[in-house]
Design a protein around this ligand. Structure first.
Ligand code: ZN
Length: 100
């Protein structure tokens, strides 16, 4: 197995891990959910990766950024290399689907 195949395998493994992991983040004592609409008004907005659902950045609710990244850095690299689609297809039907 070549180094690229090994890297791909590891990247996909980590992708599944990020997708399946429950969030354990609290802000001001309130547990963060992947769906910002479930959060009380005034809470900062949390942006999640479109692909694996990993939290990427937290911005104040009033702060509007024209360009929020859609993919975390690891998924972005996987996308570049063409591995992301395979990882996403593999995990259909199990684990957490990212809220997009
Ligand atoms: Zn991601």
């Amino acid at each position: 197995m070549g180094i690229d195949d090994r890297m791909k395998e590891l990247a996909i493994e980590r992708f599944h891990y990020r997708r399946s992991k429950d969030l354990d983040i609290t802000i001001d004592g309130k547990r963060v959910t992947r769906d910002n609409s479930e959060m009380p008004a005034g809470m900062p907005m949390i942006y999640f990766c479109d692909h694996c659902g990993w939290p990427m950045c937290i911005l104040d609710e009033q702060f509007f950024l024209t360009q929020v990244p859609r993919a975390c850095s690891e998924c972005a690299v996987m996308q570049e290399r063409g591995w992301l689609e395979e990882a996403e297809n593999e995990s259909q039907g199990h684990g957490i689907r990212a809220v997009v």
